[in-house]
Design a protein. Structure first.
Length: 437
């Protein structure tokens, strides 16, 4: 089985190394040896250390490599939307199996790849696109195919999980924790994709598509990052017996008219320390799946890095190579449900709200009246010393309010009205609460 490898950076180099070190075992598992027929890179002459590969295999012509008649499988670890989309569509239409780790492309236009795979009768595998080495997508696509998945909740970005874990452990602010993550190599020089939630949103779209048999794109995902999470938020969560995580949440449910829909969102949230995801620290990933027959399932492990991602890539390579030798093809995309994506305003959640307020009679009654007008029920109220409201507003007490479950639109409208009250110096923090009443 001859492979075309597109990209030879951190992940691509590990793919080459593992192919070399495990060649005999891989051949035994597949029933035929794997051979790298060519590697497409930007610069052929770049120093790649002691990478066990013939330099003559490198090329700067990925499309020419893909079009070669002797190529059986195309492995793409370049990333980005274009030109990767064009390369993979070309390969799939030509009947060549594709293994990719490209979460951004799958989340933006996975439909184009699935349609090309159907047209060419080829396999499209992408286990490495979400949560690195954790076996996750294939269980959703195959093992749980006989079940009904109702909810998927996950920590799918290691950088943000490291930052929030560091804030919780040390009391540091966001900027300090980000600096530490950068020094240790967990955060990129430009961490925007991670800390603003773009990376997690792409993965959430892929998970929702598989779990609910519906095409979901990154544009369908409500996205918020962690840049506004403060040390005070973390301390408040701890006081409630919670911790803060950047969660991707995909849930099945009915809309206002009773039609079945899906909700897909990424945002920081407080979760109880008793929740299985609460103990996921450092740069690890975990995904919690709730299904009707199987119940609660959890997938945990390293979600990024060259070797873990390469492990997932090679697992897919073995699967598609076996299929080609058997003259078979894996099950095609399952998008039969075609469920509508519910807007964020209809998502059911809870809010944790901190207010600096004037300490005088009638304040609590006025605040409670705002919640009542928006039909939001209050679960708990805690009063303490002020967190420091704006000068001249008379803010000298703090209210910390946790709501019961309500539509996000009603909760957001409540916060907007609270900001306009004369008795409220400032709304110092708003965070969602997930994972139990």
């Amino acid at each position: 089985m001859r492979l075309a490898l597109l990209g030879c950076g951190t992940v691509g180099s590990e793919v080459v190394r593992l192919l070399h070190e495990q060649s005999a075992d891989l051949a035994a598992r597949i029933g035929a040896p794997l051979e790298i027929a060519g590697i497409a890179v930007r610069r052929v002459g770049r120093d790649r250390g002691d990478l066990p590969v013939d330099p003559a295999l490198f090329t700067t012509d990925p499309l020419g490599l893909i079009k070669r008649d002797d190529i059986d499988v195309v492995v793409e670890v370049v990333g980005g939307i274009e030109p990767a989309r064009g390369w993979l569509v070309e390969a799939l239409r030509a009947g060549k199996s594709v293994v990719t780790a490209n979460k951004a492309l799958l989340a933006e236009d996975g439909a184009a790849l699935h349609d090309a795979a159907a047209e060419g009768g080829a396999d499209l595998y992408y286990e490495a696109s979400v949560a690195g080495a954790i076996p996750l997508l294939r269980p959703l696509r195959d093992s749980l195919h006989g079940d009904r998945i109702n909810r998927v909740t996950g920590i799918v970005n290691g950088t943000t999980n490291f930052i929030l874990s560091a804030m919780d452990a040390t009391g540091a602010g966001f900027a300090e924790a980000l600096e530490e993550a950068t020094e240790l190599g967990y955060a990129e020089a430009d961490p925007t994709a991670d800390v603003e939630g773009f990376d997690a949103a792409a993965k959430a779209a892929i998970l929702a598509s598989l779990a609910f048999h519906t095409r979901v794109t990154a544009a369908d995902v409500h996205r918020e990052g962690i840049t506004e999470v403060t040390a005070a938020d973390v301390a408040s969560a701890r006081a409630m017996g919670c911790t803060i995580k950047l969660l991707c949440i995909a849930a099945r449910g009915a809309d206002a008219e009773g039609r079945e829909t899906v909700s897909v969102r990424v945002h920081p949230a407080m979760i109880p320390l008793t929740h299985p995801l609460a103990s996921v620290g450092d740069a690890f990933n975990a995904v919690f799946v709730e299904a009707e027959a199987a119940g609660q399932l959890m997938f945990y492990g390293r979600g990024a890095g060259g070797a873990p991602t390469a492990s997932a890539v090679l697992g897919d390579v073995v699967a598609v190579a076996r299929n080609r030798l058997a003259g078979a093809r894996a099950a095609s995309e399952s998008a039969y449900a075609d469920l509508a994506v519910r807007p964020m305003g209809e998502a059911l959640t809870r809010y944790h709200i901190s207010l600096d307020v004037a300490d005088r009679p009638g304040v609590l009654e006025a605040v409670a009246g705002v919640f009542a007008r928006h039909e939001v029920s209050i679960a708990t109220v805690r009063q303490g010393p002020a967190g420091g409201g704006p000068a001249g507003r008379g803010s000298d007490a703090e209210l910390v309010i946790v709501t019961h479950v309500a539509p996000d639109a009603a909760l957001a409208a409540t916060v907007r009205e609270l900001r306009g009250l004369d008795i409220v110096g400032s709304v110092t923090s708003v965070l969602r609460v997930e994972g139990g009443q």
